[in-house]
Design a protein around this ligand. Structure first.
Ligand SMILES: CC(C)(COP(=O)(O)OP(=O)(O)OC[C@H]1O[C@@H](n2cnc3c(N)ncnc32)[C@H](O)[C@@H]1OP(=O)(O)O)[C@@H](O)C(=O)NCCC(=O)NCCS
Length: 428
């Protein structure tokens, strides 16, 4: 088989042989196809629907079959048998740790959970009702000013140190953003606790000596972090890579990822799911709501995905985690509405023909609410989970010799060569 594409340009009658590598043609090769005036052919692809921006060995997704693997390991096995920190190691280093490597990794992350006291003072300076995600994105970005060595992105040892620092400090920044809005004092990390238990302690501890979270809740949150840890070239990862391609420090690049995640079509969807479920109010209203979606009046939030055209494998695991969490906290009454929505939608031709299935956000909001997180915190939790993925992708980017500064083309549709008249004459 000849791995190439023969293209005949009907504008010029010219024929071109374009090589196909890994199921893709290079944009630069298409650029060799020129019109009569010598302008190169470009690809117009808003939202990068069919454009690969990089080669990556981090995460594999088969959207049609509902498969998600980190470094080759199926998400179902990792969620059941691994821990978030082991998964973080796997993502960043590309393989599972030995016992010693794991112990060193956990130790290093545990001992980098503290932040400089100045970070605390500037976080206290936010308005009393600041959105925690705004606080998180500002404070992660600000870490670059505390670690100016991070600018040396070509030194592997320095890069690894920033990776450990960021995975370690995200829960601290996330928890403090939460406490600030509640008017509660910030809780320092407790290095005797595991990663997720320590996060819960920084969120909820009051005057007790040690905050002891229910083990089932700790495990459920750890699983949620694992499920969110990476998702190949999604909007926020693309933002991290795009910003990182300017060779800025990783804190600034990750701050860009947090910003992208803040948007309702990305990390904010689970908050929108809860608002939607509340608006529906009771099971009996579900079918009217579905009619509204089909008429184009609204979207069924938590359904549909750019990549998954089948059940999102993460949604299946979360649905199971719901049972474990609700065993501790009692059932969230909105669950009944969610299950009815899912049942009706999965049988309805509108959703079936468009391949719209529940995504990770459909049930995650219900779990987070059971933990008593306010909706503004949901995306913060997502960001903590996604941090190792962003960093693994960033690390891959900075070591990839083929990468260049991200700079897409445009198709210019505006005016040309207008005559400028000064304001004093135009307004006369
Ligand atoms: C995730 C999402 C942005 C993907 O969008 P996309 O890949 O650009 O898909 P499109 O918007 O092109 O949708 C394709 C079709 O399905 C419809 N559709 C997509 N998601 C839908 C939803 N949640 N409810 C109703 N219809 C939906 C679109 O209206 C479109 O229909 P049309 O062909 O008749 O115009 C989109 O499905 C969505 O907005 N979902 C809700 C938000 C959400 O849960 N986001 C979290 C993602 S993890």
């Amino acid at each position: 088989m000849n791995d190439s594409l023969t293209v005949r340009d009907n504008r010029t009658g010219q024929e071109y042989d374009v090589p196909i590598e890994n199921g893709a043609v290079r944009g630069a090769d298409l650029g060799k196809i020129k019109d009569g005036e010598g302008s190169p052919l470009a690809v117009y692809d808003p939202g990068f629907v069919n454009t690969a921006s990089c080669k990556s060995a981090v995460t594999y997704i088969d959207g049609d079959q509902g498969i998600l693997e980190y470094r080759g390991y199926p998400i179902e096995q990792l969620a059941e048998k691994s821990t978030f920190l082991e998964v973080a190691y796997l993502l960043v280093h590309g393989e599972l740790p030995t016992k010693t490597q794991y112990e060193t990794w956990v130790h290093d992350i545990t001992y980098h959970t503290f932040v400089h006291e100045n970070v605390k003072s500037f976080m206290e300076g936010f308005r009393y009702d600041a959105h925690p995600m705004g606080m998180l994105l500002a404070s992660v970005g600000a870490l670059s000013t505390f670690y100016p060595d991070a600018r040396d992105i070509n030194d592997d040892e320095i890069r690894q140190l920033q990776i450990v620092r960021m995975i370690a400090k995200m829960p601290t920044l996330g928890a403090w953003s939460f406490r600030h809005a509640q008017g509660k004092p910030f809780v320092y990390p407790d290095n005797e606790l595991g990663y997720t238990a320590n996060f819960l302690s920084m969120l909820f501890k009051m005057s007790e000596d040690r905050f002891a979270a229910d083990e089932r809740l700790v495990k459920a949150l750890d699983v949620l972090f694992i499920l969110h840890a990476d998702h190949e070239q999604n909007c926020s990862t693309n933002a991290v890579r795009s910003i990182g391609s300017s060779q800025v420090d990783p804190y600034s690049a990750v701050a860009g990822g947090v910003a992208a995640l803040y948007g309702p079509l990305h990390g904010g969807a689970n908050e929108a799911v809860l608002r939607m479920l509340r608006r529906i109010g009771k099971k009996e209203n579900v079918s009217d709501f579905i009619d509204g979606v089909k008429n184009g009046d609204e979207r069924l939030m938590g359904f549909g995905h750019r990549v998954y055209k089948n059940y999102d494998p993460r949604a299946k695991i979360i649905k199971k985690a719901c049972d474990d969490v609700f065993e501790v906290t009692g059932v969230n009454p909105l669950l009944e509405i969610a299950m009815e929505l899912e049942k009706i939608a999965l049988e309805d031709d509108y959703f079936v023909s468009r391949k719209l299935y529940p995504n990770v956000d459909f049930y995650s909001g219900l779990i987070y609410e059971a933990f008593q997180f306010p909706p503004e915190m949901f995306t913060v939790l997502f960001a903590i989970g996604r941090t190792p993925g962003w960093l693994a992708q960033w690390l891959e980017l900075v070591q990839d010799k083929e990468q260049k500064i991200a700079r897409p083309k445009q198709i210019y549709t505006g005016h040309r060569t207008l005559e400028f008249t000064p304001a004093s004459e135009r307004w006369a």
